[in-house]
Design a binder for this molecule. Structure first.
Ligand code: MG
Length: 257
């Protein structure tokens, strides 16, 4: 059964510390991601920040039906042809790597979820274009997250940006409701039909998360049981924010400084 929870203005205010914390961890880890840095060091940095803040990891014990075992780490680090759910492992970043960081944590019992892609060292033009497209798609999705619209309007806004750049879209993994837990209803696919789906109302809090691959929309699961990689080896990028729909403009809870 689908349960759509709407938050009061006071509850959305209570969610702000989680959003700020998640933003600060992505700022720190993306800044620390340099040539020669090990993915396990980025996980350790995020873990230390969780401890210092008294926050709670949403990932470490996460064990959904599609996961081989509990995730065991606190941040997703997806490199190059990995795009989602990248399990941190003993790997030192190399010049030109495209790194996607996805992080969710709870503060005061409220969750926030956000993701960012960056290039380590010298960027390739095609990687910058891919990252920029996920960012613009996220902005377009957020702009469509207003009362009077429906989930399908967010989906379509995201898809239009991707299609204009020639990327195809996988709708197996997308955005989701966020609240006391990391994943709730509604599902927010990265492609859909405008005017369809759940009507958007003030108080709805969702993560919107466009992710695209350079030359395919198909993925497979790495033998580690978690990391999702492109089927053709092409690179992926991912941008995500947790937002609250209001009577006016949406509030981007995970906005970075
Ligand atoms: Mg996320």
């Amino acid at each position: 059964m689908s349960v759509i929870e709407l938050r009061t203005t006071a509850e959305i205010e209570q969610m702000r510390p989680a959003g700020r914390f998640v933003a600060s961890v992505l700022e720190a880890t993306s800044k620390a991601a340099a040539v020669g840095v090990n993915l396990l060091e980025l996980d350790a940095l995020a873990h230390e920040m969780i401890r210092e803040a008294g926050a709670e990891s949403c990932y470490i014990d996460y064990h959904p039906s599609f996961g081989a075992s509990p995730f065991g780490k606190v941040i997703c680090t997806s490199v190059n042809d990995a795009v989602l759910h990248g399990l941190p492992h003993d790997y030192r970043l190399r010049d030109g790597d495209l790194l996607s960081l996805d992080f969710a944590a709870a503060v005061d019992g409220w969750v926030a979820d956000s993701a960012i892609s960056v290039v380590v060292g010298t960027p390739r033009d095609e990687d910058l274009r891919l990252i920029d497209t996920t960012r613009r798609a996220l902005d377009a999705g957020i702009a469509a997250a207003t009362p009077g619209n429906r989930i399908g309007d967010i989906s379509r806004a995201i898809a239009e940006v991707a299609k204009a750049e020639g990327y195809s879209i996988n709708t197996d993994f997308g955005g989701h409701g966020v609240g006391r837990t990391m994943h709730g209803d509604p599902h927010v696919p990265n492609n859909g039909r405008p005017g369809r789906g759940l009507p958007l109302k003030p108080g709805l809090v969702v993560a919107i998360e466009p992710w695209f691959l350079q030359t395919t929309d198909r993925i497979f699961t790495d033998p580690d049981g978690w990391t999702l990689r492109s089927i053709d080896g092409s690179r992926g990028a991912h941008s995500e924010h947790t937002i609250a729909i209001t009577e006016g403009d949406p509030i981007v809870l995970t906005q970075r400084g």
